[in-house]
Design a protein around this ligand. Structure first.
Ligand SMILES: Nc1ncnc2c1ncn2[C@@H]1O[C@H](COP(=O)(O)OP(=O)(O)OP(=O)(O)O)[C@@H](O)[C@H]1O
Ligand SMILES: [Mg+2]
Length: 198
């Protein structure tokens, strides 16, 4: 089953929380989910979070016979490159602020320049995270993100709003649910494609 890598060259953009929450919603939808490299954040030495949600046991990106593998990446780009090159899908979390958007431009340029290293990776979308829609500056930056995404031919996913619930790992408010739904839609698309090919 496919793996999804959450990456950005910038630290502190919501990669870990995006990985974790997307995994929780997929598990909620009945999918088998393995998270890679969020152990430190979650402090679960046994690796088991819920019945359907577990951490990869040996610090390797697992090849799961079924279900989804969600891969968190470290703050520095160098550490993310090996994971990036193994991605079926890439999701790029970004905070809608000027500095972050400048970094995003560099990241997207790097991805475009090194695309031949990842022939099978599909950028599923740029994901604005910690979005405060009442803030004009945040709105303006989401506009910039859309413009940039269009320039590079990538979609923009529905923003994850700022919420204090995020740091409690609560599913209240449906944070990141749309990302899981997007992955489930990909799953349906793949199944239909396979059925047509059969
Ligand atoms: N939707 C949200 N609402 C409120 N706070 C958020 C939200 N998303 C992320 N945060 C906060 O932003 C900070 C960074 O999030 P996170 O740790 O997921 O980023 P990261 O990209 O994994 O960081 P690093 O590069 O350091 O690993 C955290 O303090 C987290 O609680
Ligand atoms: Mg992190």
């Amino acid at each position: 089953m496919p793996n999804v890598v959450f990456a950005n060259r910038k630290g502190g953009v919501g990669k870990t929380l995006s990985t974790f929450y997307t995994g929780r919603w997929l598990a909620r939808a009945g999918r088998d989910v393995t998270l890679w490299d969020v152990a430190a954040l979650l402090g679960r030495p046994d690796g088991v979070i819920t019945k359907r949600l577990r951490l990869s046991p040996d610090n390797q990106i697992p090849v799961a016979p079924r279900g989804w593998v969600l891969v968190d990446t470290p703050p520095a780009l160098d550490g993310s490159l090996p994971a990036l090159n193994e991605a079926d899908y890439l999701i790029i979390p970004v905070i809608p602020e000027a500095q972050e958007v400048a970094q995003l431009t560099k990241f997207l340029t790097m991805l475009a320049d090194t695309r031949s290293a990842r022939p099978f990776t599909r950028v599923l979308g740029i994901l604005p995270v910690r979005y405060i829609k009442q803030w004009p500056s945040n709105q303006a930056m989401v506009g910039e993100i859309h413009a940039l995404a269009a320039q590079f031919g990538h979609p923009v996913l529905e923003p994850v709003p700022f919420s204090r619930a995020a740091s409690t790992y609560s599913l209240r408010g449906g944070l990141w649910r749309q990302v899981a739904n997007h992955l489930l839609a990909q799953e349906r698309g793949r199944a239909e494609e396979q059925a047509r090919a059969a």
